[in-house]
Design a protein around this ligand. Sequence first.
Ligand SMILES: [Cu+2]
Length: 129
Amino acid sequence: MHLNFRRAFNRAGGAAVGASVLAMALVQDGGAQDGALVHHIVIESFAFSPASVTVKVGDKIEWVNNDVVPHTATAMDKSWDTGQISNGESRVVVATAAGAIEYFCVFHPHMKGEIVSVAAPGHADAPGR
Ligand SMILES: [Cu+2]
């Protein structure tokens, strides 16, 4: 199984809200889909919550870091990487293919999460939601 993510995060290091603006551009670039959702993952107390999320192709996954220390969300196979997410910042990636992948924090490798991306033949009315 292989899951492709295209990252979309704010390299400017400015306001965290910039990430969502870039994510919108990214979705447009990758083919916007009706019914695409944003799945929020909170990083808190050195853990991803929820640790496992199921999304549809075209959906976005946003990590928000509530910890004081920086974290990352990095694919185990390094196929995508949010880069450092500092306190109060967020990063967004878009699921561009079906599959499942585990990810971790490069600073704290015991922090692990999983994303399962399923094909979305329709959109909001597709089965499996
Ligand atoms: Cu970390």
